[in-house]
Design a protein around this ligand. Structure first.
Ligand code: GDP
Length: 468
């Protein structure tokens, strides 16, 4: 398929969704306004919503059918596999230098003072810089807050030939090209910032990724996680047992409800109803394509009450999930072996789901979404975040490009001219996004469909010498 065809196909699906967010939210607003003033209008408004949502589902179903009928499904699978192999082979090559005594190295300390998802993102960032500077990544992980014995007792070592952090010369980032061992600070304080940080993807892969995938940076992050999270035997057994004991089956929606220490500090509270209405809509949509015997979710949370609550309120749902796991996620027991096992399992099950409903403000949910990209040629649209758009902590600017002019009709809206760059602050999931027009410096709302994502690229090494 042409790149343009693939981009158009994805864009139409996204915009059908955005159009529905817009109509639904505007009609709900009207309903509240006419409630007392003109109650005779309520049935008509309800009719728009009832038939409108059916129409939206039918359009999205046809877009799905189109991707099956166009004959490119096999190409997508094959292209995804080839890219996956290409990148994983490069990682193996980078991480297993023939002579560790001479190898250029980048040292990264796993123990960033934060949660598991945040620490994984920290390691991914180190790995990206290692890949960009062609240095073997050395992970220091003894005394890891989640497992004192270190990373290698849980996941495969990230190198089979080179784990020694010593060398002839060493310095902190940035050093110079001759420094053998460089130590990297956390992303929040790296200076100068290399071009290899998110949201940049490698220039040599960009044309293929832009054709294949709706959000190449998520795919790129997912590749690092794939390499990093190769489980040790014990960990693999833990996961296999859990899958068997749970009765994990498809279709299944992964739901992550982040509460406890996050709520009120870094994220707002969302009731279980909000998550479940997104899940319901997923199944309503799916039922146009196939018969669904049982609506099923995998529910991960750091608050065990959420699981009881969901089971009480949604008895017609099969709710997989383990309240004993969520108990270990409490702040008081969080940094322990049992808690680590719990979060590994929860993230695994979420990432294996057909669709994710969660808050992207949580790194747990973003990690699951990133890993999910390993299981589908393009899983970029298989989520519903109740708050943020996808981001990577410490990322460089996230810009979109205006594709249509916009005149601000209402207060709070900004103007757009085709070609304007807009720094994205968020999507309000009601047809509008918020951002700053970099040309006018205006900050405010604009219709989400009037912009397209700008994919950032950087000149990473291409590892062509691998084949010499
Ligand atoms: P964030 O704080 O949600 O952005 O994610 P982090 O991963 O950085 O820190 C939260 C930590 O809380 C996780 O690493 C887990 O230890 C724990 N946690 C949060 N949500 C869950 C969950 O759904 N299941 C489990 N088992 N642990 C969780």
């Amino acid at each position: 398929p042409s790149t343009q065809y693939e981009i158009l196909r994805r864009r139409i699906s996204n915009n059908i969704q955005e159009l529905w967010y817009f109509i639904n939210s505007e009609v709900l607003k009207l309903q509240r306004q006419v409630n007392d003033a003109a109650p005779e209008l309520l049935p008509s408004l309800k009719h728009i919503l009832d038939l409108g949502v059916q129409h939206k589902r039918w359009l999205l179903r046809d877009m799905d059918k189109l991707a099956e009928a166009d004959g490119y499904a096999t190409w997508r699978e094959k292209e995804a596999n080839e890219l996956d192999n290409l990148v994983q082979t490069r990682f193996h090559y980078l991480q297993n230098p023939p002579d560790c005594k001479k190898a250029k190295k980048l040292v990264c300390n796993l123990n960033k003072g934060c949660g598991y998802g945040c620490q994984l993102h920290h390691v991914v960032y180190c790995f990206m810089v290692a890949y960009g500077t062609q240095r073997t990544l050395i992970l220091k992980s003894k005394g890891w807050r989640y497992h004192k014995g270190g990373w290698e007792e849980v996941f495969k070592p990230i190198s089979e030939t080179c784990t020694d952090p010593e060398g002839e010369s060493s310095s902190n980032w940035p050093g110079n090209s001759h420094t053998q061992v460089l130590t990297l600070p956390i992303i929040d304080s790296i200076s100068p910032r290399p071009p290899f940080l998110p949201l940049s993807i490698p220039e040599d892969l960009a044309p293929r990724l832009i054709r294949l995938h709706g959000d190449p940076i998520v795919w790129w992050v997912g590749q690092f996680l794939k390499y990093l999270l190769r489980p040790q035997e014990k960990t693999a057994a833990l996961i296999q047992n859990a899958i068997a004991n749970l009765g994990f089956r498809r279709p299944i929606v992964g739901v992550h409800v982040r509460r406890t220490d996050k709520v009120g500090t870094e994220a707002s509270y969302h009731g279980i109803e909000e998550y479940m209405s997104a899940v319901d809509e997923y199944y309503n949509q799916l039922e146009l394509k196939e018969k669904v015997d049982k609506r099923r979710i995998y529910l991960a949370t750091d608050d065990p009450k959420v699981i009881t609550d969901a089971r009480n309120k949604y008895p017609h749902y099969e709710i997989l999930g383990d309240a004993t796991i969520s108990k270990t996620a409490a702040v008081s027991t969080r940094y322990s072996d049992t808690s680590l096992q719990g979060i590994i399992l929860d993230i695994h099950m979420l990432s294996m789901s057909d669709f994710l409903v969660c808050t992207f403000s949580s790194q747990v949910c973003r990690i699951a979404y990133e890993i999910m990209q390993n299981y589908f040629p393009d899983a970029s649209a298989k989520f519903r975040s109740l708050d943020d758009v996808y981001y990577y902590g410490g990322q460089s600017a996230h810009n979109r490009i205006a594709v249509m002019a916009h005149d601000s009709h209402r207060s709070g809206e900004i103007q757009l001219m085709p070609g304007d760059l807009v720094g994205i602050a968020g999507n309000h999931w009601n047809g509008y996004s918020k951002g700053r027009n970099l040309r006018t410096n205006q900050i405010g709302l604009f219709p989400s469909f009037k912009v397209k994502d700008k994919v950032e690229t950087a000149k990473f090494p291409t590892y062509s010498e691998m084949y010499n």
